[in-house]
Design a protein. Structure first.
Length: 170
């Protein structure tokens, strides 16, 4: 769709799963092992080339901690892509994905918003959520799926590329 100017991408999920880390790895190619918890909303603008077209992205990164969250409906408004992150070493963050998918369905103003599930922190040795479980969940919610590590970069570029490609095709 050549009329697209800027795509709005949201990142959601429990506190500590690595939402900000994934965004900062993608936008700045940086990683902070002591990344502070997000308060309210963080916001970055970047661009990438997909299928030979330059696409501008506005990436919104919200606080996972309920007490730091504000403005939920306006956060979701107009979002064309939603990245829902869990931590493969923390089962409760995976179990809370249902809650986050419900929130997307409640507040998203685009019925055709493209969803992607990202299992993060695959660099760590103490994984407790298998790749198959993640894939199954994503399939059930008609979402794309990828495993990643904001620390080692694995899967990060690929996650954004697949999401943007799907949005452009939709
Ligand atoms: P909130 O802002 O509170 O919602 O958390 P968040 O989802 O933004 O998590 P954040 O990016 O702040 O990361 C939490 C912690 O996990 C930080 O100490 C990060 O350095 C660490 N972390 C993030 N991604 C990875 C990863 O892929 N591997 C490892 N080993 N640590 C990571
Ligand atoms: Mg954060």
């Amino acid at each position: 769709n050549p009329s697209i100017t800027t795509l709005k991408i949201l990142i959601i999920g429990e506190s500590g799963v690595g939402k900000s880390s994934l965004m900062l790895r993608f936008v700045d190619d940086s990683f902070d092992p002591e990344q502070p918890a997000t308060i309210g909303v963080d916001f970055r603008v970047t661009s990438m080339v997909v299928d030979g077209n330059r696409v501008k992205l506005a990436i919104w990164d919200t606080a996972g901690q309920e007490r730091f969250r504000t403005l939920t409906p306006s956060y979701y408004r107009g979002g064309q892509g939603v990245i829902c992150v869990y931590d493969v070493t923390n089962r409760s963050t995976f179990e809370h994905l249902d809650h986050w998918m419900t929130e997307v369905d409640t507040y998203s103003t685009k019925d055709d918003a493209v969803k992607m599930i990202v299992g993060n922190k695959i660099d760590l040795p103490n994984r407790v959520v298998s790749r198959e479980e993640g894939m199954k969940f994503a399939k059930r919610h008609r979402a794309l799926f990828i495993e990643a590590s904001a620390k080692t970069k694995e899967g990060v570029q690929c996650a954004f590329e697949e999401l943007i490609q799907k949005i452009i095709q939709t």
